[in-house]
Design a protein around this ligand. Structure first.
Ligand SMILES: *Cc1c(COP(=O)(O)O)cnc(C)c1O
Length: 359
C-alpha cells in the first residue's frame, strides 16, 4: 500500500481512478474511449458543460461567472493576467508570500507597472504579511497566492479586506480544499494537478466583467474572452484532463462538498503538525503556526543527512513524495483532498517513531 504525498501531480481519489478505468474502453456506449472522440462530439460537449456547472455549484457561483479550461499551467496565467488586464498606464498590485507569488510578480513586471504591496521574503516566507496597506482604488487588480505550495504558507479561507479592487488569486494548491466566499474574486485559477485532477488543464473562474475588461489587441488565443465565448472550445482542449476534473468534482460533491473536504483536511493536517509540535524540536516546522498550510506541511530535521535518512525510511514504509521542493530542501507532506486520513495517520505515526529512534 502506497501513501502518496506527492506535491503535484498528486494523489487522485481511488474511486475516480476506478471509474476512469471502467469507462476507458467504451465511453458511455459510444464504442470508443474518451481519448478517441472529437472535442466537438455531444459526449465531450456534455463533459465540458457539466464540469463548468459542477464547479460553479461547488463554489456557489451563478451566471456572473464563467469557468474556463485552459492550458499552459498556472505559469501561463502568470503571464496572461497582466497581458489581459494590465493596460499601458495602469498599475497592478501583488502580495508575495512565497515562490509562486514571486514568479507571478516577476512575469507581470516584464509586461507593465507593478506595485509590490507586501512581501514576506525577508522572513524566508514563513508568515503572512500583517498591516497590508490598502491598494490604490485605481489598481487594475490585486494578485496573491492563497497557498504557497513550496513554503507551506496558506492564507485563511476568508481573506482580509483589501478594499474594492479586482481580486485575483492563484489557488493552484488549495482550490476546493475548503469553503470560501468565491464571489469576492474577480478571477481565480488553479492548475489541476494538485487538487483537481491530472496535469494538462488549468481551471480559471472569471467574473463576466473581467472578460469584457481584457485587452482586445492580443492574439486571440491569449484572450480570456476567446475561451469564454467558445466555451473553452476555441481550439482542442485537453479532453482527458477535463473529463477527469469533472469526475473529481463529482467525487467532491459525493463526499459532502467543500465543507466535508475542509473537515477532513483539517484532521489530516492536525495529525502531522502535532507530530512536529510534540517532537521537542526534533522536527522544525517552516511556517509560523498562524500561517501553516493545511495542504503542504513543510519541516526540517537537524541535518540534511537525517532528512535523507527520514526520506529513505519513509519510502521503505510505503510513503512517497515527501522530499521538499528542490529549491528549499527539507521535508514536505502534501495533504491534498485525495490523500486519506489513514495516510496522514501513517505518516504521523512514522514521524513519532522516527523521532524516538533518532532524537
Ligand atoms: C504548482 C503551482 C504552480 C505552477 O503550476 P504549473 O501548472 O506547473 O504552471 C503555480 N502556483 C502554485 C500555487 C502552484 O502550486
Amino acid at each position: 500500500m502506497i501513501h502518496n504525498f506527492n506535491p503535484g501531480p498528486a494523489a487522485l481519489p481511488p474511486e475516480v481512478i476506478a471509474r476512469v478505468q471502467a469507462e476507458l474502453p467504451d465511453y458511455r456506449g459510444c464504442g470508443m474511449s474518451i481519448l478517441e472522440i472529437s472535442h466537438r462530439s455531444k459526449e465531450y460537449e456534455a463533459v465540458n458543460a457539466t464540469a463548468e456547472a459542477n464547479l460553479k455549484a461547488l463554489l456557489g457561483l451563478g451566471d456572473e461567472y464563467r469557468v474556463l479550461f485552459m492550458q499552459g499551467g498556472a505559469s501561463m496565467q502568470f503571464a496572461l493576467i497582466p497581458l489581459n488586464f494590465l493596460a499601458a498606464g495602469a498599475t497592478a498590485a501583488y502580495i508575495i508570500t512565497g515562490t509562486w507569488g514571486e514568479k507571478a510578480y516577476e512575469e507581470a513586471q516584464r509586461l507593465g507597472t507593478v506595485h509590490l504591496l507586501a512581501s514576506t521574503s525577508s522572513d524566508g516566507y514563513r508568515s503572512l504579511p500583517t498591516d497590508v496597506p490598502e491598494p490604490d482604488s485605481q489598481v487594475a487588480y490585486l494578485h496573491l497566492t492563497t497557498n504557497e505550495t513550496i513554503q507551506g504558507v496558506q492564507w485563511p479561507a476568508e481573506l482580509p479586506d483589501f478594499g474594492a479592487v479586482p481580486l485575483i488569486a492563484d489557488m493552484s494548491s488549495d482550490f476546493l480544499s475548503r469553503p470560501f466566499t468565491a464571489n469576492r474574486f474577480a478571477l481565480m485559477y488553479a492548475g489541476a494537478q494538485k487538487n483537481l485532477g491530472p496535469a494538462g488543464v488549468t481551471v480559471v473562474v472569471i467574473r463576466q466583467d473581467m472578460i469584457e475588461r481584457g485587452r482586445k489587441d492580443l492574439p486571440v488565443i491569449m484572450r480570456y474572452a476567446t475561451f469564454a465565448k467558445n466555451n473553452s472550445l476555441y481550439n482542442t482542449p485537453p479532453v482527458f484532463a477535463v473529463y477527469m476534473v469533472n469526475l473529481v468534482l463529482e467525487w467532491i460533491k459525493d463526499q459532502g462538498g467543500l465543507s466535508a473536504m475542509a473537515e477532513r483536511n483539517a484532521q489530516k493536517a492536525a495529525l502531522v503538525y502535532a507530530a512536529i509540535d510534540d517532537s521537542d524540536g526534533f522536527y522544525r516546522g517552516h511556517a509560523v503556526p498562524a500561517a501553516r498550510s493545511l495542504m503542504n506541511v513543510t519541516f526540517r530535521l537537524a541535518t540534511p543527512e537525517l532528512e535523507k535518512q527520514f526520506l529513505a525510511e519513509a519510502q521503505k514504509a510505503g510513503m512517497v513524495g515527501l522530499a521538499g521542493h528542490r529549491s528549499v530542501g527539507g521535508i514536505r507532506a502534501s495533504l491534498y483532498n485525495a490523500v486519506s486520513l489513514e495516510s496522514a495517520r501513517v505518516l504521523a505515526d512514522f514521524m513519532r517513531e522516527f523521532a524516538r529512534r533518532y532524537g
